[in-house]
Design a protein. Structure first.
Length: 172
């Protein structure tokens, strides 16, 4: 199985949480042999991010290695300088490009599933995003008028009864 992972907001904690969670991701059922992660991000942005948070990641042209865990890289064009805690249009633009490219990978059969890291809705709105969240964006690509967001942890599964509401969240 291949999972395309959108990079989320590079000014937040998504990428750091992603890499640190890799140790817990692989288990007796999910192994590097039967599951490949493909991180969708701009390479210089990832390098600058890694340097800033000092995570032990080696970055190569089309993959990165965190300790002994290899993650494939799918390159985006938009560079966004990591500025933790700051809302920037460039970070929003990269987050948007990343999720769109990840969706394309799934649609083209290059990935089997999509994992989205957290975005800053304010940043993606600055970049022109017009969806309340990932769920509605993905639903629009599949012409689905009734999307369902599901969250899980271990054996717990939660399906949300309602979806995002952006009304009054930000001034655009």
């Amino acid at each position: 199985m291949k999972i395309a992972v959108s990079c989320g907001d590079v000014n937040g904690i998504g990428l750091e949480c992603f890499f640190k969670a890799l140790d817990n991701f692989y288990s007796e059922y999910i192994t590097p042999n039967n599951c490949q992660l493909l991180l969708v991000v701009e390479s210089k942005t990832l390098k600058d991010y890694v340097d800033k948070v000092q995570i032990p990641i080696k970055i190569f042209t089309d993959y990165a290695v965190y300790y002994d865990i290899e993650v494939g890289l799918i390159n985006c064009e938009t560079y966004a300088k990591p500025e933790f805690g700051i809302v920037t249009k460039q970070a929003g633009k990269l987050a948007q490009e990343s999720v769109l490219k990840a969706i394309d990978y799934v649609q083209q059969g290059k990935a089997d599933a999509l994992l989205t890291l957290p975005i800053s809705k304010e940043a993606v709105y600055l970049a022109g995003w017009r969806f309340p969240g990932h769920t509605e964006l993905i639903a629009s690509y599949y012409n689905d008028t009734n999307p369902l967001m599901i969250l899980f942890a271990g054996k717990l599964r939660v399906a949300l009864v309602s979806i995002h509401s952006a009304y009054g969240m930000f001034q655009i």
